[in-house]
Design a protein around this ligand. Structure first.
Ligand SMILES: Cc1ncc(COP(=O)(O)O)c(C=O)c1O
Length: 379
């Protein structure tokens, strides 16, 4: 299905991933190299051909709320009322509105390593950020539950990212239950980013708010087609809002709904309803890629990584070479692979890099060959 994809065809598409650092293989941003599901390209072509690029009709917005609810029930057994789904341009704008309108006091508590922009948003909104470094236990990344409990002692917003960018964990029910206990005890609120839910390889995705009525009532869930279906440029995300927040969010959400794109909404409806075959093919490649990255990185002296259970991201410990080059990401980028510096994912992660493996096995091999040789060449 994805046989003709090469670095040259990808550069020709002009994406951020493939043009930001000319001559490199782009692995620093969570985009995939598999295009979009055929049903999405058809819808986009059809609309453009018909000149149907006007404002978003209310019935289409309603249809996306329905399609989101159908997806949640079909894929995760989570029954939601489509009326609790609000449409936003992207996940960051959902979190911004949560801070502006729903959780206006208390710290923003974020376990690290974390998706980079989450860490900048609290300051942009004049709010206190508290990062809670996570732990590696029995070879797996884990939330530091005691640290989270302490950080939430005055309430506030807890930012959960599950599946977890960048470490690739898929949290188990017992872990989510523990978060729920802590949040309820401290009278805090959860912002649950579940954008990577389509890509789970080990375990199952459990929507946090589906745990119980108690969890649902203290949670705002954000999702989008942007990661799973590779459409971040189409600017549309969905926010599923717990009952106690609905009256407050309705007005601001109504204003922001004017900023989402008609083609984005139509594409999301199609993606959620009709893209199983494409998704299965993508998942098969990603699942193999995560094993390839893990095996090959762990075979390179000085580097190590843990098999991701979900997402298309690997989080790599480079401490074995970090003291011998000024910057591991600059060094590897000069050699031809562009990765994310670990420090962008939180304080204390200077000796990590983030690698996005949403690409073909051939391109992944080429990138790993470059990394292997570059590390061997470090004096
Ligand atoms: C965990 C996570 N949340 C949110 C986003 C951003 O998604 P969007 O562009 O739809 O806001 C990303 C993008 O990489 C992500 O990895």
């Amino acid at each position: 299905m994805f046989d003709n994809i090469t670095p040259e065809t990808l550069r020709a598409t002009g994406s951020v991933k493939w043009t930001s650092f000319p001559g490199t293989i782009g692995m620093f941003i969570a985009e995939m190299d598999f295009g979009v599901p055929p049903v999405v390209s058809e819808k986009l072509r059809e609309r453009a051909a018909n000149g149907a690029l006007g404002y978003l009709p209310a019935n289409m917005a309603g249809d996306l709320r329905e399609a989101t609810a159908e997806l949640m029930e079909r894929d995760y057994g989570w029954e939601i009322d489509p009326g609790t789904v609000y449409l936003y341009p992207d996940v960051l704008s959902t979190m911004r509105d949560v801070l502006r309108h729903l959780v206006t006091e208390g710290p923003v508590v974020i376990p690290t390593p974390a998706y980079m922009p989450f860490l900048n948003l609290p300051a942009e909104e004049g709010r206190e950020l508290v990062t809670v470094p996570s732990l590696i236990k029995d070879g797996r990344w884990e939330l530091d539950f005691d640290g989270i409990d302490e950080a939430l002692k005055d309430g506030g917003l807890f930012v959960l990212c599950n599946p977890w960018n960048p470490v690739g964990r898929v949290l188990e029910r017992a872990e989510l239950e523990r978060v729920c206990e802590i949040v309820a005890k401290n009278d805090a609120v959860v912002f649950s980013d579940e954008i990577h839910a389509p890509h789970v390889f080990d375990g199952e995705h459990i929507p946090y708010a589906s745990l119980s009525d108690r969890a649902a009532d203290h949670t705002i869930t954000a999702t989008s087609t942007s990661k799973g279906w590779n459409t971040p440029g189409l600017k549309n995300a969905q926010m599923i809002v717990g009952h106690p927040f609905q009256a407050t969010i309705a007005a601001p959400a109504g204003l922001i709904e004017r900023q989402i794109s008609t083609v984005g909404v139509e594409s999301a409806i199609a993606a959620y309803r009709d893209s199983t075959e494409w998704m299965d093919n993508v998942k098969a490649i990603l699942s193999q890629n995560r094993k390839t990255v893990t095996e090959r990185i762990n075979a390179i002296p000085g580097l190590s990584t843990i098999l991701p259970e979900g997402t298309y991201i690997s989080w790599i410990d480079v401490s074995g070479i970090a003291d011998r080059v000024d910057s591991v990401t600059d060094y590897l980028r000069d050699r031809g692979v562009a990765l994310t510096p670990g420090a962008d994912c939180g304080p204390g992660y200077e000796n990590y890099v983030r690698l996005v493996f949403g690409t073909t096995p051939a391109i992944l091999d080429e990138a790993l060959n470059i990394i292997e040789k570059a590390v061997a060449d470090v004096d």
